[in-house]
Design a protein around this ligand. Sequence first.
Ligand code: EPZ
Length: 421
Amino acid sequence: MESFVIEGGRALYGTIKIQGSKNAALPILAASLLAEGIHQIDDVPRLLDIDVMVQILTRLGVDVKREQNTISLDTRTILSTVVPEELMSQMRSSIFLMGPLLARFHEVTVSKPGGCAIGERKIDLHIKGLKALGAKIEEVENHIICRADRLTGTTIVLDYPSVGATENIMMAATRADGETKIIHPAKEPEIVDLQNFLNMLGAKVSGAGTDMITIEGVKRLHSVPYYQIIPDRIVAATFMAAVGITGGKITLKNVIPAHLSKVIEYLHNVGIEIENDHDIMTIKRDNRRLKAVKKIITSPYPGFPTDMQAQFMVLLSIADGISTIEETVFDSRYKHVKQLISMGAKIEVDGRLATIYGVDHLFGREVVASDLRAGAALVLAGMAAEGKTTVHDIYHIDRGYEKLEETLQALGANIMRIKKM
Ligand code: EPZ
């Protein structure tokens, strides 16, 4: 098992390039199954979650080649439509392989993804959408077996704008007979990126990012010779929060400010200066104390992203005053609170509401990452704390951040990756 060892108190200075978006790359890699051919996808981040998706695709019969951040996928020979259980359990979001396999092969078997550290990862909206398109779904023990001799376009109203369910339905509907409308879909930028990739495959998808997505089914799809994934907005926001916590001045390249409006608004509110220049952002913070924020509510895009909740809590834990956060997206995404309290933070949690009483500083401690974003938050806390912090179980962090310690070292942080014997 590996850990990060961090000596706090170092301000960050320098310029970094933001990685491609994990949450855009994963559904787009799955969507490549929709069409026979050789697809090339660029700016795919090198992450554990991408490794798992590549393993799944390989087990299904896709010939995958990786060259740095470019992945080529030969999807002409698919041998199986059963998603391996042991791989699915490593990455629940692989549930959106159902859509493409159902659309092209009329059958797919997956295992129930089950809950995880941030909450119950229900899939009822995925099932409801695929059934509405005509899929017959059977649950046998821990498996879900789906069959659909044909998929027929229809209107699907989502009770909740689930990102994964929206993506599953979009992909399944690309080859359905007729038109499908998804009402109240997720509007994240990663949904728009998926729409753009599907249209490069020859699909007819429109409306992503709005309250209604329309998919006109087509008979055939073709390969995509080149596609570039959008930048990772959550990774960019994490580094913006890092400067807010440590002080200093950094420049981020390969960012889309429009994807970060809510985060930028709140960073301004706490007293961090941000300048945008197309796909370059400069973030700086002087040594004035950060200001508390009365209330932050996480919500589906374009609201404040739940994937930034833990990182922002660290910022607020050393701000001047009392802040509150309400986590409305996941039912138990506060596992980082206990760890932050052990570092001297003053935080009270009551259900989905966290109240943060700002303190002057945090103290270095041994802490444990519980999930991807909580782990990143603990690294940020370690960089702000006095003394040494060790973050254990950093494989969680490697799921979503490409070489985090190397990037932070380049910005001046004192952080090392160590292997625990
Ligand atoms: C995606 O997960 C992201 N993952 C998550 O990022 C992100 O936190 C989440 O969207 C919300 O923005 C990927 O894109 C790979 P949801 P997903 O379906 O699709 C409930 C990260 O850190 N729900 O929008 O699983 C569900 O229980 C990860 O990169 C149902 O009730 O999110 C949850 O409470 C973490 N029924 C809420 O909706 C369903 O059928 C949001 O889930 C589906 C979801």
